[in-house]
Design a protein around this ligand. Structure first.
Ligand code: NAD
Length: 366
């Protein structure tokens, strides 16, 4: 079991600086290194450790193997005004994702709407980042994403892994922060199983199958050979949504649906985004008023036993960000040691196991 002393808390800015130094040493230009580091640490800040800094060694390894490529840009390959197709060239998702959303926003500003495909991006990480980029410019967005990785998720009614965790995301601009629905179509993201394994915890019931197709709570089954499977969320409903993520995100983006890939775990994403200007349909004031009315109506429900609040999508992330900006980002010591080891192998002393090399420092959990 993992106790509180197995966790270190690291200042988010210090963590970003250390990660950026590591990516730069691995071959990224300084701006790219910072963008990738910032995207990962932001996922931790928003409470999604599964898509955070713990992925750094994997990204560095992918760069070394040519699975990810430094210095790429989202290249327009199909251009029809409000419909635009782009290819990420296996560039870092944090970079080509931001570029692709900038193109979609520019088009939607001109035409009111843009349907934008981005194929062949290295891991786009937390998809909510892309909805937030659109919402920050006043646009609603819907994102269908498929994942080319080793199969992880069983089809509804099946017993072995055939799909990946295909995330779906919707963002709506609102003050003080946008509403963002952003989740995997599996019961949990694989990274959360990894985080549980690193922390020595069991998963909840109803999330996993072992390699023989039997229900289990053991996170290790996902990393065994042969591996188990995650279940789709919402039974047939989540499965059906993931099929649409495959078709819209995978096929219609110009990418590819889940299939036998020459690399066993390519860690690529394809994404189809629909970005539109809400004020071409209703006034901004009317939208804000209706979101406010809905929130008040929902929050009027008496709390269930054990519940502390009724949240709108996107709120838990903002609460986590406030806490983690104040207290530092909690990382299992094992994860921190892996970051330090990866950086050291590249001649970077930005991390070390005690956190002494990180400005702001690592400290044990209070
Ligand atoms: N790039 C990829 O290949 C890939 C694959 C899978 C997942 N992901 C990312 O992993 C992250 C985590 O995915 P997940 O499936 O574990 O997410 P999750 O199950 O933690 O759900 C998060 C979503 O649910 C909302 N939410 C959480 N609690 C809520 C509550 N009490 N009331 C209302 N809304 C609530 C959040 O605001 C957010 O929109 C996401 O950012 C996703 O994009 C990426």
């Amino acid at each position: 079991m993992t106790g509180p002393t197995d966790i270190v808390h690291i200042d988010a800015v210090a963590l970003t600086e250390a990660a950026a130094a590591t990516f730069a040493a691995a071959g990224c230009a300084p701006e790219e290194a910072w963008t990738v580091a910032d995207g990962l640490v932001e996922a931790n800040l928003f409470g999604h450790d599964s898509h955070g800094i713990g992925l750094l060694p994997r990204y560095v390894d992918n760069l070394r193997q040519g699975i990810a490529r430094a210095g790429q840009s989202a290249r327009i390959v199909a251009d029809h005004g409000a419909l635009v197709g782009m290819d990420g060239g296996r560039g870092f998702g944090q970079v080509v994702g931001e570029q692709a959303m900038a193109v979609a926003i520019e088009r939607a500003r001109a035409t009111g709407v843009c349907v934008a495909g981005l194929a062949n991006a290295h891991h786009l990480a937390r998809i909510g980042r892309w909805a937030e980029q659109c919402a920050g410019e006043g646009f609603v967005s819907v994102h269908f994403v498929n994942v080319l990785s080793r199969p992880l998720v069983a089809p509804w009614g099946g017993t072995d892994a055939r799909l990946a965790t295909d995330p779906f995301c919707v963002g709506v601009p609102h003050a003080p922060h946008p509403l963002v629905l952003d989740y995997a179509t599996s019961m949990v993201a694989l990274g959360k199983v990894d985080v549980a394994l690193a922390a020595g915890k069991r998963m909840a019931e109803g999330l996993l199958l072992d390699a023989a197709g039997r229900p289990t709570t053991d996170p290790a089954v996902m990393f065994a050979e042969p591996a188990g499977a995650l279940l789709p969320f919402g039974q047939h409903k989540g499965f059906a949504l993931s099929v649409m993520c495959e078709i819209l995100g995978g096929a219609l983006s110009g990418g590819h649906v889940q299939h036998e890939h020459p690399h066993p775990n390519p860690m690529l994403n394809n994404m189809l985004s629909i970005v539109f200007a809400p004020d071409r349909l209703v006034t901004r004031d009317a939208l804000a008023r209706q979101v406010g009315e809905l929130a008040a109506w929902l929050r009027g429900s008496p709390l269930a036993p054990g519940a502390t609040a009724i949240h709108l999508p996107g709120e838990p992330e903002r609460i986590a960000a406030r806490e983690r900006t104040r207290d530092g980002i909690p990382l299992p010591r094992r994860t921190f040691a892996a970051l330090a080891g990866c950086a050291r192998a590249l001649g970077v002393a930005a991390f070390d196991e005690a956190g002494g090399g990180v400005p702001g420092g690592a400290r044990g959990a209070p």
